[in-house]
Design a protein around this ligand. Structure first.
Ligand code: URA
Length: 209
């Protein structure tokens, strides 16, 4: 299985280029991530199930498709996942939201969990995990492992950037989870940062550095 969808739409690529620039302000970085997440939401939800409902147009009755937004749960991997969340919620406002709090131990680069909260009835929901940087793949793998304990109907993973090493690690553990990303960069550096990348997504998003 192990599917990776690279979203190569020109608008996505253009905005990603702007985000990579080191002198971009926090405000502009945050706005671009918001816009990108809305654009990426289209691709991620492309095969979402729809159901037909009866409606009246001004001229006739018809059966027309709708999605059941409440069946979607966005799972934000804190803290950078929050930058993706608002844009996705603008596209699917009825979605539920879960949070996984993970930080990277700077020595081992392993993910350590500090928070977890999921909506009820996860087994009826399609989960879309949001984490802008799929770097070592440790947090992504840990977040999806925890999520699987709640047995959602399906799981997709969305990142802005991915490293080849991280993708390999993630899919070795979760071959059943498709990854959606705007780019696969060259490699990781010795601190687990993506090269060429865009730096620390959380710091740039929240202005903490
Ligand atoms: N997390 C980030 O924010 N940036 C990276 O390059 C890797 C992990």
């Amino acid at each position: 299985m192990s599917v990776v969808h690279v979203i190569d739409h020109p608008l996505v690529q253009h905005k990603l280029t702007l985000m990579r620039e080191k002198d971009r302000s926090t405000n502009s970085f945050r706005r671009l991530m918001h816009e990108l997440s809305m654009l990426m939401a289209y691709e991620v939800t492309r095969d979402m199930p729809t159901q037909l409902i009866d409606i009246e147009t001004p001229l006739e009755s018809m059966r027309s498709p709708v999605i059941d937004g409440k069946k979607t749960v966005f799972v934000s991997v804190m803290r950078a996942g929050g930058g993706f969340l608002d844009g996705m919620l603008e596209i699917i406002p009825g979605a539920r939201v879960g949070h996984v709090g993970l930080y990277r131990d700077p020595r081992t680069l392993m993910a350590v969990e500090y928070y977890l909260k999921m909506p009820d009835h996860m087994e009826e929901r399609d989960a879309i995990v949001l984490d802008p940087m799929l770097a070592t793949g440790n947090s992504a793998t840990a977040a999806v492992e925890r999520l699987k304990e709640f047995k959602p109907r399906s799981i997709r993973f969305v990142s802005l950037l991915a490293a080849p090493e991280g993708l390999r690690h993630f899919h070795a553990q979760h071959p059943d989870v498709p990854v959606y990303t705007a780019a696969i960069d060259r490699q990781l550096d010795e601190h687990g940062y993506i090269l060429p990348g865009l730096g620390d997504a959380g710091d740039r998003l929240f202005g903490t550095k």
